[in-house]
Design a protein around this ligand. Structure first.
Ligand code: CP
Length: 370
């Protein structure tokens, strides 16, 4: 009969194996992971269609039957290089709710700046390299969840997502992306759960993804992940934004391919009214312009020409009794009016609530066999 190890024994054994696994991985190229390489979640595409379906179904079951200690004795490191309210609180609650332990660390208060460039001469501000931090932390925890920062100066540089890639390259445990410049897979999971709760099946349903104004726009990560997720499920997506706020070409090219494969569709329009017309769901987000990325003066001038890009009740009268989603934080009466946010159309709080069961499902899926 197979002996069931205690959580501590298992973790110690894993700790002894990790340097061997890391060595095996570094001996291979980044593109050809070894048999034992950990499963990372950098973007939702890292889950196959059947895995994604399994996680979504598990998310729904988690809502009905929470509190099972399936990850007892395990631990998850959470490292934040930028602020967070929902991701931090929901993931920590998910980890604890599964009987695991969260180690939550914030850069510049709990630890220091980390170098991400391989081969760099580290005579600057960063006293430690991600390579070393990842190797050390991999011995303590069973997964590392990372919210990296970006330069904010160059889109060509930031779109490479070098920070999260470096963690994935150097950790010997699964790395979970808690929102990088390009992707926010955990938000997309909760978004899919919310969309399915309100629309039932997704193929052919109309989703409007619209830019809204904000003095501090976010990265387009939420929109990239949502766009790909919705098209993967065959939705009809209308993307509305003012001129100058076009999404990354690589992300759009991949979106087109997903639409072709799933039978969904993608249409870009430059009018908010046209964007929301007939939609079952209107998803609002203020994202940075690539044209003015790293140039705050130009960015402010661009936004000043788009002050009417706000969701109001009268605008939403153009929808098909459309509901409103937004990943939050949301600026009231700038991005969306109080009337909409406090009215029956708003799914925002419920959507944020879905972060908890969907992340529990994700953790169980990724860590059960890790
Ligand atoms: N939606 C989201 O990721 O929220 P936080 O930035 O508060 O984590």
């Amino acid at each position: 009969m197979r002996r069931v190890r205690s959580g501590v024994e298992t973790r110690e054994r894993r700790g002894r194996l990790r340097p061997l696994l890391a060595a095996a991985r570094s001996a291979s190229s980044d593109e050809t992971p070894t048999l034992h390489a950990p499963r990372h979640l950098i973007r939702l595409h890292d889950l196959t269609d059947s895995e994604l379906e399994e996680v979504l179904e598990l998310s729904t079951r988690r809502k009905l039957r929470p509190g099972v200690n399936e990850l007892e004795g395990r631990s998850v490191g959470m490292l934040f290089f930028r602020g967070s309210l929902r991701t931090r609180a929901s993931l920590e609650c998910a980890v604890n709710g599964l009987g695991a332990h969260a180690v939550n660390l914030t850069a510049m208060s709990d630890f220091w700046e980390l170098e991400e460039r391989d081969g760099s001469v580290m005579d600057g501000r960063s006293p430690e390299h991600i390579k070393d931090a990842a190797a050390v932390l991999s011995q303590y925890v069973d997964a590392l969840a990372i919210r990296p920062s970006a330069t904010g100066r160059s889109w060509d540089v930031d779109r490479r997502d070098a920070g999260i890639s470096s963690w994935a390259r150097h950790a010997s445990v699964p790395v979970l992306n808690m929102e990088s410049t390009l992707w926010h897979p955990m938000q997309a999971l909760a978004d899919l759960v919310t969309l399915r709760e309100h629309l039932g099946t997704l193929p052919g349903k109309e989703l409007a993804i619209t830019w809204v104004r904000s003095p501090q726009p976010a990265s387009a990560s939420v929109v990239h992940s949502l766009l790909h997720a919705a098209l993967r499920f065959g939705m009809k997506v209308r993307l509305a934004h003012p001129a100058g706020f076009e999404l990354d070409e690589g992300v759009l090219a991949e979106a087109e391919k997903l639409a072709q494969k799933s039978g969904g569709s993608l249409e870009a329009v430059s009018s908010l009214e046209e964007g929301v017309r007939g939609a079952a769901i209107v998803y609002a987000r203020s994202w940075q312009s690539i044209e003015s990325y790293g140039n705050p003066t130009l960015a402010a001038s661009q936004r000043s020409r788009a002050t009417d890009w706000m969701l109001t009740e009268s605008l939403l009268g153009e929808t098909d009794e459309g509901k409103v989603m937004h990943a939050m934080p949301v600026r009231r009466n700038v991005e969306i009016t109080d009337e909409v946010l406090d009215g029956p159309r708003s799914l925002l709080v419920e959507q944020a609530g879905n972060r908890l069961p969907s992340q529990k499902a994700l953790l169980v899926h990724l860590l059960r066999h890790a």
